[in-house]
Design a protein around this ligand. Structure first.
Ligand code: ZN
Ligand code: ZN
Length: 321
């Protein structure tokens, strides 16, 4: 058991040191093996494999990570009907990006400490650190429990979240076995290895690229950016500066050209009465009042509401300027 210093628990838990002694070897091994499988996939092409990849990319990437883990679980941007909620959590588990509670905790810390000491994955600690390397050190379980009590007290009471937290790996093993059993090696390599690798990198680009490149609609205190090509492959998550300005908003595209595919899915769920209590971006309300913003690029000024550990506050002054 580690004994984290109390002065800065976040910086201690998400320490940026990497050495052979503190590597999380199961994570390192899984990343290497699944990337190896992804490299082999082109040599075992089949149309069935490609269909598995596309369907599972959308299911685990859009429904699992962006809609469920990120916008619903972490930021509570809306609520889902119970059946839809369990299906969305299943999709999240199948993305193989860690247990939902840890995912949500580390992401709330990211919003609380964006590009400051304690941010789990700031490009200020290196582009590759932000993209991937932050995942591989062994983190302390004791410090995790303290951080969980601080950042996700709501989620550790959520039955669905806790269920998938406990059974997380089982679903991935089941899917891998099913793909191999029904579709052979080709479906396993395309539907599992290549698909997991692509969804990993699409998510990781949010942590790396959209804190480096792109334009800013809002003067947030971090380095978040809106990056169109990342938004296109991540179902709308690439409008990351919009998201940092208004973390709880269910919609990340705030201008008409900022295509937000996950937002379309959430709207469809709302029409079908599967999604309720949607939190909308401020500018929707501003438009009704006839207020218009000037979308010129800008660089960080103070914005208190962005540092809410729950990521549920919408900072009233973080308007497009
Ligand atoms: Zn960010
Ligand atoms: Zn977020």
């Amino acid at each position: 058991m580690d004994t984290p210093p109390n002065d800065d628990l976040e910086a201690s838990h998400f320490d940026t040191t990497i050495s052979l002694k503190n590597l999380n070897w199961p994570v390192v091994g899984a990343i290497l093996l699944i990337h190896l499988g992804a490299c082999l996939a082109p040599f075992y092409f089949s149309w069935e494999g490609l269909i598995c990849l596309v369907l599972l990319y959308c299911f685990t990437g859009c429904i699992g990570i962006t809609l469920c883990y990120h916008r619903m679980v972490t930021h509570r941007g809306f609520r889902l009907n119970p059946v839809a909620k369990w299906i969305a959590h299943l999709a999240g588990a199948l993305a193989l990006q860690g247990k939902p509670l840890y995912w949500a905790m580390s992401h709330r810390v990211h919003h609380a400490r964006s590009d400051q000491p304690g941010d789990p994955h700031s490009p200020r600690d290196g582009k590759w650190w932000a993209h991937l390397l932050w995942l591989i050190p062994n983190r302390g379980t004791q410090s995790y429990q303290v951080l969980a009590a601080k950042y996700i007290p709501d989620l550790i009471q959520d039955r669905c979240c806790v269920f998938f937290d406990k059974t997380y790996l089982f679903w991935t093993i089941l899917l891998g076995a099913a793909l191999f059993g029904f579709g052979g090696l080709t479906c396993f390599l395309w539907g599992f290895c290549l698909r997991v690798t692509l969804v990993w990198h699409m998510t990781w680009l949010i942590n790396s690229a959209t804190h480096i490149w792109g334009y800013r609609n809002y003067p947030t205190t971090d380095q978040s950016r809106n990056l169109w090509w990342v938004a296109w492959i991540t179902f709308g998550e690439g409008w990351h500066n919009n998201h940092h300005a208004q973390p709880a908003a269910a919609y990340h595209g705030h201008r008409w050209w900022e295509i937000d595919a996950t937002g379309w899915v959430i709207s469809t769920c709302r029409i079908l009465k599967l999604a309720t209590k949607l939190k909308r971006p401020n500018h929707h309300r501003n438009k009704k009042k006839g207020l218009k913003g000037n979308f010129s690029p800008s660089h960080g000024t103070s914005s208190k509401g962005l540092t809410s550990p729950m990521g549920t506050s919408v900072h009233q002054s973080a308007k497009i300027h």
